[in-house]
Design a protein around this ligand. Structure first.
Ligand code: PEP
Ligand code: MG
Length: 675
């Protein structure tokens, strides 16, 4: 299976043609070319040729070919004819042509022509030029752009020559695109310390956890040894627009701060570079340049000064004219929401509230809440969290300027907010020697006891999602209060916000009913206190197979559904989303599976659950709003499927919003064609 997902077993077509010879002497030549520049998209005749040679010689690189402009001087008649034919070919096929030719004794022969491969930059330029030249309509131009190529436009890229000059040391899963180059650091705290002194770092972890967020923020990129396409580093990397490669073939010794790639050992401070678009990792430092479009979005470059930005926005506007599917973003910080809106997201499809628990000064309160031994003590900690969460929601609502925002109640198992058991054991052993009577030692022992109590053999199938809300309704109460108070405050400022409160991991309608009762009760109390009315919706994620099967009943309690295809894939396959990368490569190599199902939806199996859930939900409640917020919401092939089964919207990480808009437009065009 190649990058383009064309199976290798389908074979290669062969055309048998009469041979012509470009190597009969100085009156003969052979060459290859493009009707436009495939790297920049500029409208220029582009290519190279060799006199007295066969095609083989050009491709093999034994002799250095000459630029095609030289041909005009040496063989003007053949050149003129070549220009005429290739222009005609481009007009006929209505796309940039990649052609091969041979001149035998001054007579021109065309060997082949096909649509040319192009960079993301060129794809946008060619599409807009072809429309301006009236060669194609805007709709057809949309079909000429590979949505995957847009990703290149939004990520930093390496200097191609410098990058090509270094051998690949290892590779991993290309989780979040972009060029990253910097000095190796092994902890999030080190990342923060080193960058504070002006260094550029690459954060290397065995795997990342929410507690690493501050390091991920400042690093040039994040590299991990384990994890798959929906692991923490991958999901958060994409959401932040941070280059990430996960599950790389490396060994990490976090304690000794050492990285081993085969025989090679690297230490803290050594230079490393990786490309999040291909998954390749190289040793050393490589210069890169930022995306021009992102520079405009960030306000560092005026839009009027960027030709590519303007063309990109034009293409994006065309997508809006043809697509049926809505596009939202997964974002949980106001800055992410702003990027998403700049890229045309119409709302937030998933705000993971637990990400907010890792902000400045919050983790300590969250830990106090978890360590509380009584409900009263837990409520005290929650009261401290309330104003911080309210401020978070206020910021996100404001950034989205009244567009819908789906906020999910707490989802991960609580132990994720506590330190690792091994780290605590080390610290306790140290304190037992250095400060045996200290209060700190007592605190650490208490923390260890709670960490051990919370230990689960299968945390992803354990005490998480709605199950937490059922055990600790006071958490749902605090989150609801924060949401409604933030919406009420904005309402008073003249901005109407309709929050969509979403419950994760529901498998039975009774769980949703239970939580809905808590939400409704608190929402009404807040409204009475504030003397205002806030319209809000309560919905659920459909991410447990049982929820899809019983979606009809669940719809009775839900104002909307959002498919969590990350967990749904995990549970339908029974593949752990954090561990499957280890064997999925083998599965792909042995053709037991075509694509990583965490990256591109398995439409046959997982898709059947989605289809079933949509159908049953809408049968019970016609017009039920249904979206998807798993990582598949940013994958073009999956988006075609979601369009076909009638979802209302997809939600993707902010930097994949343009990809989703284009894929949704292409899907609409394909579906209209099929009618
Ligand atoms: C999902 O499971 O698809 C989802 C969006 O939730 P999370 O990735 O946070 O589990
Ligand atoms: Mg989930």
């Amino acid at each position: 299976m190649t990058n383009h997902h064309i199976p290798d077993e389908i074979g290669t077509a062969v055309s048998v043609q009469l041979m012509v010879f470009g190597n009969t002497g100085e009156r003969s030549a052979t060459g290859v070319g493009f009707t436009r520049n495939p790297a920049t998209g500029e409208k220029e005749f582009y290519g190279e040729f060799l006199v007295n040679a066969q095609g083989e010689d050009v491709v093999a690189g034994i002799r250095t070919p000459q630029p095609i402009a030289e041909l005009e001087r040496i063989m003007p008649t053949a050149y003129k004819q070549l220009r005429k034919i290739t222009s005609r070919l481009e007009r006929h096929y209505k796309d940039i042509q990649d052609f091969e030719f041979t001149i035998q004794d001054h007579q021109l022969f065309m060997l082949q022509t096909r649509s040319g491969k192009r960079t993301g930059h060129a794809a946008i330029r060619i599409a807009t030029d072809l429309v301006d030249e009236r060669l194609v309509s805007a709709k057809r131009a949309l079909l000429l752009i590979d949505p995957g190529a847009l990703v290149q436009l939004l990520a930093p890229v390496f200097d191609p020559v410098a990058w090509a000059g270094i051998p690949v040391a290892t590779s991993g899963l290309p989780a979040s695109p972009g060029a990253a180059s910097g000095q190796l650091v092994f902890t999030a705290d080190d990342a923060q310390r080193w960058t504070a002194t002006g260094k550029r770092v690459v954060l290397l972890r065995k795997e990342t956890v929410p507690d690493d967020i501050h390091g991920m923020h400042v690093a040039e990129g994040v590299l991990t040894a384990t994890g798959g396409m929906t692991s923490h580093a991958a999901v958060v990397g994409r959401q932040m627009g941070k280059p990430s490669v996960v599950g790389a073939a490396i060994q990490v010794d976090e304690r000794r701060k050492r990285l081993q790639i085969g025989e090679l050992v690297l230490e803290e401070g050594d230079d490393i570079s990786f490309d999040g678009l291909t998954g390749e990792v190289k040793i050393g430092s490589v210069p890169s340049q930022p995306s021009e479009i992102l520079q405009v979005v960030a306000g560092n470059l005026p839009a009027a000064k960027s030709d590519i930005y303007q063309r990109f926005m034009r293409v994006m506007q065309w997508t809006d004219r043809v697509r049926r599917l809505g596009v939202r973003a997964n974002a949980d910080q106001p800055d992410q929401a702003e990027v998403a809106r700049a890229f045309g997201a119409r709302g937030i499809g998933l705000c993971r509230t637990e990400h907010m628990f890792f902000g400045e000064g919050r983790l300590e309160i969250v830990q106090r809440m978890i360590l509380a031994e009584t409900e009263a003590a837990r409520r005290t900690a929650l009261r401290e969290l309330l104003p911080l969460q309210r401020q978070d929601f206020y910021g996100v609502f404001k950034a989205m300027a009244g567009q819908p925002v789906t906020i999910r109640t707490i989802d991960p198992p609580l132990h994720e907010f506590l330190p690792k058991r091994e780290d605590l054991l080390v610290e306790i052993a140290r304190l037992e020697v250095t400060k045996p009577r200290s209060r700190r030692l007592g605190e650490k022992r208490r923390l260890l006891r709670r960490v051990e109590e919370l230990h689960e053999f299968n945390p992803m199938l354990g005490h998480r999602g709605v199950r937490l809300g059922i055990s600790y309704p006071e958490i749902t109460e605090m989150q609801t209060r924060a949401i409604i108070e933030a919406a009420a405050a904005l309402g008073k400022e003249g901005l109407t916000v309709v929050p969509e409160i979403m419950i994760p991991l529901v498998s039975d309608v009774r769980e949703l009913r239970d939580q809905r009762a808590v939400i409704d009760r608190v929402a009404h109390t807040v409204m009475t206190e504030q003397g205002v009315t806030v319209k809000y919706l309560v919905g659920t994620m459909i991410e447990v197979p049982r929820a899809a099967v019983t979606a009809g009943a669940i719809a009775g309690e839900a104002d909307f559904f959002s498919f969590g295809t990350n967990d749904l894939t995990q549970m339908v396959f029974g593949f752990s989303r954090d561990d499957a990368a280890k064997f999925l490569k083998q599965y792909q190599a042995r053709k037991l599976i075509e694509r990583d199902p965490f990256a591109s939806l398995d439409t046959t199996g997982v898709g059947a659950f989605v289809e079933m859930g949509v159908r049953a939900g809408r049968e019970a409640k016609p017009g039920l709003k249904v979206g998807v917020c798993g990582e598949h919401g940013g994958d073009p092939a999956s988006i075609h499927f979601f369009d076909r089964v009638g979802l209302d919207y997809v939600s993707a990480s902010p930097y994949r919003v343009p990809v989703a808009r284009l894929a949704a437009a292409q899907s609409a065009l394909a579906l209209a064609d099929a009618d």
